[in-house]
Design a protein around this ligand. Structure first.
Ligand code: DOR
Length: 483
């Protein structure tokens, strides 16, 4: 294939500048149109001039294993740490990392210090995004409760007027069922989502690792799956109640990690409840045996009958145990849970992939496992992990792209701020990612743009190097090798 525009970097191509590109003979995945195949794409001054689907002789030799073009990814869940945590990330570094991951829209969670619980804080985040010079679009979630304290609702109307796309107390989920019920009701009246991190905090007090063999052998305090399933059951029961009064109420469950929670969502959707959910790449691809030192993918940790394999008996432990980079909330689960996540992605129970990009500073991560802050800064490695599952034949590429593009766009709302971005058609403003499935890249301090300290995949080669990200017609990321 010829990618003339990528072969030589025009002198005036720079981050934030409108892009001219002639992408001939790429594999185009357009989930909006329900189509993928060989295509030529011409972009002038940031606008898509033409999309020509190729066939016959013109399409010969072009397949989905080479250069792939897809709509820019939309991340429903990221932590950018500004204000209050800028040693871990800033809005500028977070948006740069997002672009490196192929994301052109990022929804920032409100658990900053102070939290985003007033309209002025939403405006401040927009100003910081504008000043960063990045064309990646920042969308903001507002806190569900004042100060994220879980005691009274935040100024939801004021936050809505300031432009938030939903409300969440991610990381400190609301435990009071009556308060959460009101949140669903009032957010619904405002036409906005409630995004819940489902966790019963009474069941996870002091918990360190998924309850099971690994936690027991490592002497880590167990984090039961019931902490998630119980919270999901409560949320769904409240939603069923609230939609009778307010049909616009909508619940989005984020970073589901257990087979039980996904089964509940599958049943709730079948019953017609307005619920959606997302999964993280790390809960799909990694498992709790990584805490013991295994480094095989989740799908390699099950035998041919789908039964979990024993990493000790398999001699699968190849790295030092207790890597604090693996501490995350919810915790990495069993291989069977990861398999359930994959099945939920394939059958559409999971509407979207969201990264839960959660960078932390060195002081919070270069410590013992049990005192490390939870979080994996995964926005740059999401695509690589997902392509691992694609390469293993477990999920079609198009489904992964859907879950990164039109899936989240639909959750944010038809005609909403992300919707128009998930389309590649002539006349549209270019918003896309170009990645090379034939080329891998190595995760490391020198290749990641996040400020977050430590990464569980450090030193690992991942599939699918992002070559170029174009957001709102402007250059957001270009791989150095393409220059
Ligand atoms: O691992 C996590 N880190 N999970 C959360 O819910 C919060 C997040 C954070 O803010 O660090």
């Amino acid at each position: 294939m010829t990618l003339a525009a990528l072969a030589g970097r025009p002198a005036d191509r720079a981050i934030g500048k409108p892009v001219d590109l002639d992408l001939s003979g790429a594999w185009l995945v357009d989930p909006g149109a329900g189509r993928e195949g060989p295509a030529d794409l011409v972009i002038e001054a940031g606008q898509i001039r033409s999309v020509t689907w190729l066939n016959g002789h013109d399409a010969a030799g072009i397949d989905d294993r080479g250069i792939v073009v897809a709509p820019g990814f939309i991340d429903l869940h990221a932590h950018l740490r500004e204000p209050g945590g800028t040693a871990a990330e800033t809005i500028a570094s977070g948006l740069a990392a997002a672009a490196h991951g192929g994301f052109t829209t990022v929804c920032a969670m409100p658990n900053t210090t102070p939290p985003v619980d007033r309209g002025a804080m939403v405006s401040a985040a927009s100003v910081a995004a504008e000043r960063s010079g990045s064309p990646v679009r920042l969308l903001q979630l507002g806190a569900l409760t004042a100060g994220r304290a879980g005691e009274q609702l935040a100024a939801l109307g004021e936050l809505a007027a300031a432009g938030v796309v939903g409300f969440s107390d991610d990381g400190s989920p609301v435990q009071d069922a009556a308060l959460f019920r009101n949140a669903l009701l009032y957010a619904g009246m405002l036409g906005l989502l409630v995004v819940d991190h489902p966790e019963d905090l009474r069941l996870t007090a002091g918990a360190e690792a998924n309850e099971g063999l690994v936690a027991t052998v490592l002497g880590l305090r167990g984090w039961p799956a019931a902490a998630e399933t119980e919270a999901v059951a409560r949320d769904l029961a409240l939603l069923a109640d609230v939609v009778r009064d307010e049909p616009r109420a909508r619940l989005h469950l984020t970073h589901l990690s257990t087979a039980g929670a996904l089964a509940q969502v599958r049943a709730a959707k079948a019953a017609g409840l307005p619920v959606t959910c997302d999964l993280t790449p790390h809960h799909l691809a990694l498992t709790d045996e990584w805490l013991a030192g295994a480094r095989r993918w989740a799908w390699e940790a099950l035998d041919g009958d789908g039964a979990p394999r024993d990493p000790w008996r398999d001699h699968a432990l190849v790295a030092a145990p207790y890597d604090a980079a693996l501490r995350v909330n919810p915790p990495l689960r069993s291989a069977a849970d990861a398999r359930a996540c994959l099945e939920a992605l394939v059958d559409g129970t999971a509407d979207a992939i969201a990264t839960d990009h959660a960078p932390h500073a060195q002081v919070d991560k270069a410590v013992e496992f049990g005192v490390a802050r939870p979080g994996i800064a995964g926005i740059e490695t999401a695509l690589g992990l997902l392509l691992g599952a694609v390469d293993a034949g477990l999920v079609p590429l198009r489904r992964v792209i859907e879950a990164l593009t039109i899936g989240p766009a639909r959750i944010l709302g038809r005609g909403g701020p992300a919707d128009e971005r998930a389309a590649i058609t002539g006349g549209a403003v270019a918003d896309l990612v170009v990645f090379d499935r034939s080329a891998g890249w190595t995760v490391g301090a020198g290749t990641l743009l996040t400020r977050g300290f430590g990464h569980p995949l450090e030193g690992r080669e991942l599939a699918g190097e992002v070559l170029l990200t174009v957001a709102a017609g402007r250059l957001a990321f270009e791989a150095p090798a393409a220059g």
